[in-house]
Design a protein around this ligand. Structure first.
Ligand code: URA
Length: 228
C-alpha cells in the first residue's frame, strides 16, 4: 500500500494533512524519515507518525437498502448519492461493489476494501444476484428455457451465462444471474420483447436484504468471508 494511503487509513487526518505530515518528515518507516508519499509500505513495516506507531484501521463492509432515485456513486449527479445517508468517518474512501441503476432498488454492498469488491465484481466471479422484476407485458413460461440457454444482448458477441427465471405472476418474476453486464436485467427482457417496469435486488451471494429502505448495517464476519 502507498505510504500516504497507509497513514490516511490509520489516522483521523485528512488527505491534505497526511501529505503535509509526510512532507514535513514527521513519518518514519523502519526508523528512517520517508517523505515520498508514493513509496510502498507493508503491514510488517514499522511506521510512525510523530513517535506514534500506526496500524491501519480495519476495512469496512456494509449492506444498504438502496431507495429509488439515488445513485451508486460517491458524488451527487442527476440524483443524490446513496452514500449521503451514511454518516461514518472517512466516508470518501467507501465505494459500491456492484452498482444499481438510479431507478433500481434493493441490496447494495459498500466497502473501502478494493480487493474484496473486485472479488464480487470481476467477470470470472460466479456470484449469484437475485432480482425481483416487474414487467410491462405478461410473461410466457417458454422464456424460462431461453434464459437458461443464454441470451444474445444487443451489441454483444457472447450470450449471457445461464440464468434462472422463476415466474411469480403474469408480470412478476425472480431472476438469478451470475454476471454484472451493463443494464443486464433490463437488456435481457428487452431481448425477449418485454420491458422492465421496476427492478429490485434482494440477494447477492448468500447475503439477503434485511434492512428497511434507505437504511444500512455492517455485514457480519461470515457475510464478509463469503465473498473472499
Ligand atoms: N440490471 C439492470 O438492468 N439494472 C440494474 O440496476 C441492475 C441489473
Amino acid at each position: 500500500m502507498r505510504l500516504d494511503k497507509f497513514v490516511l487509513k490509520s489516522t483521523l487526518l485528512t488527505k491534505a494533512q497526511v501529505i503535509e505530515q509526510i512532507s514535513l518528515g514527521n513519518v518514519l518507516v523502519n526508523d528512517q524519515v520517508n517523505t515520498d508519499i508514493t513509496s510502498q509500505v507493508h503491514e510488517n513495516n514499522l511506521i510512525q507518525l510523530n513517535g506514534l506507531t500506526l496500524t491501519t484501521r480495519p476495512f469496512r463492509y456494509m449492506l444498504m437498502h438502496k431507495q429509488a432515485d439515488t445513485i451508486c456513486s460517491n458524488a451527487d449527479g442527476h440524483y443524490p448519492s446513496l452514500l449521503n445517508s451514511i454518516d461514518v468517518a472517512h466516508k470518501d474512501e467507501l465505494h459500491i461493489a456492484g452498482r444499481l441503476d438510479a431507478d433500481t432498488t434493493g441490496l447494495v454492498l459498500i466497502t473501502d476494501d478494493g480487493r474484496w469488491s473486485y472479488n464480487i465484481t470481476r467477470p470470472e466471479c460466479v456470484c449469484r444476484k437475485v432480482y425481483r422484476v416487474q414487467l410491462v407485458k405478461p410473461i410466457n413460461h417458454d422464456v424460462i428455457a431461453l434464459f437458461k440457454k443464454g441470451l444474445l444482448l444487443q451489441g454483444e458477441s457472447k450470450p449471457t451465462l445461464p440464468a434462472e427465471l422463476v415466474i411469480m405472476s403474469d408480470t412478476e418474476v425472480l431472476l438469478s444471474i451470475t454476471e454484472g453486464r451493463y443494464h443486464q436485467v433490463k437488456r435481457m427482457f428487452f431481448t425477449i420483447g418485454n420491458r422492465v417496469n421496476a427492478l429490485h435486488r434482494q440477494q447477492v451471494g448468500n447475503v439477503l436484504l434485511d434492512m428497511p429502505v434507505g437504511k444500512w448495517r455492517d455485514l457480519t464476519a461470515d457475510e464478509v468471508r463469503s465473498f473472499q
